[in-house]
Design a protein around this ligand. Structure first.
Ligand SMILES: CC(=O)[C@@H](O)[C@H](O)COP(=O)(O)O
Ligand SMILES: NCC(=O)COP(=O)(O)O
Length: 251
């Protein structure tokens, strides 16, 4: 079975658009967990465009109280700034069950690539060690095309998270592009698993494209899903939407 971690960034986008506290990120996370989600993901960004440090702390308390996985995603190389203590400092403060390192910058609309392990491996090694010393499982955001998962394993990572944005784009095209993407992601998961890494997946996964992905890519341990899920929940509600994703994860 694949675990579902719901990313609640988008609830914070809506809240921040007006200031104040509504919609409430913690209340939304509770609704997802009550529906059976296995965990909660957030990806705080240094510009605080959505999730802020106080959300990270509040969701840490919630996930700890509920005994579910907390997956904190972020760029470990982004320097601290006012209101953002840095990814490692946040992890020290809340000790998430899983820390997912993502090589993205403020200028990006959203995450759009994984690590270049041949280039970044040695810089990642001490960060992975520090996070593991805090008790976090460490996952590294990775492109399906990477031929260097062995380096991710060698620097101590437990898992990779396959960046599924390109898969979602190919799924929308269907036909040969979809078949090629499915083969590419299947081969990527197999290469990672062959060097001892667990495989997570995320970005732009949706009710439309998730089933084909999970049916083809072997042993995906966790998917983290936010943008599509929160959008779909506007029509159907969080409870029903999360339950539909869970059914897809368990199929
Ligand atoms: C790493 C990843 O794919 C997600 O964490 C995604 O980047 C969510 O971030 P935004 O909600 O800021 O787009
Ligand atoms: N790690 C991916 C994630 O948390 C959610 O990505 P998206 O579903 O918002 O694209």
């Amino acid at each position: 079975m694949t675990a579902l971690s719901v990313n609640v960034n988008k609830i914070a986008v809506l809240r921040n658009s007006r200031g104040g506290g509504e919609p409430d990120v913690v209340r939304a996370a509770i609704a997802c967990l009550d529906a059976g989600a296995h965990g909660i993901t957030v990806h705080p960004r240094p510009d605080a465009r959505h999730i802020r440090s106080d959300d990270v702390y509040a969701l840490s308390e919630l996930t700890r109280a509920r005994g579910v996985e907390y997956n904190l995603e972020g760029n470990p190389f982004a320097p601290p700034r006012d209101g953002y203590p840095g990814f490692l400092a946040l992890c020290e403060q809340v000790r998430p069950a899983q820390a997912t390192l993502v090589p993205d910058g403020d200028g990006q609309l959203t995450s759009d690539h994984g690590f270049d392990f041949a280039r970044d491996g040695e810089a990642l090694r001490p960060l992975v060690a520090a996070l593991k010393a805090l008790g976090c499982r460490v996952s590294l955001f990775a492109d399906a095309e990477s031929m260097h998962y062995d380096i991710a394993a060698a620097v101590g990572a437990d898992r990779i998270e396959l960046y599924t944005g390109p898969y979602a784009e190919s799924h929308a095209l269907g036909g040969a592009p979809l078949d090629a993407a499915l083969s590419r992601f299947r081969a990527a998961a197999q290469r990672a698993q062959a060097v001892g890494l667990g495989v997570n997946a995320g970005h732009d996964l949706s009710q439309d494209n998730l089933a084909a992905f999970l049916a083809t890519v072997p042993d995906v341990l966790e998917v983290s899903i936010g943008h599509a899920l929160i959008g779909e929940a506007l029509y159907d509600g969080l409870d029903r939407t999360v339950r539909r994703y869970l059914a897809l994860c368990q199929a």
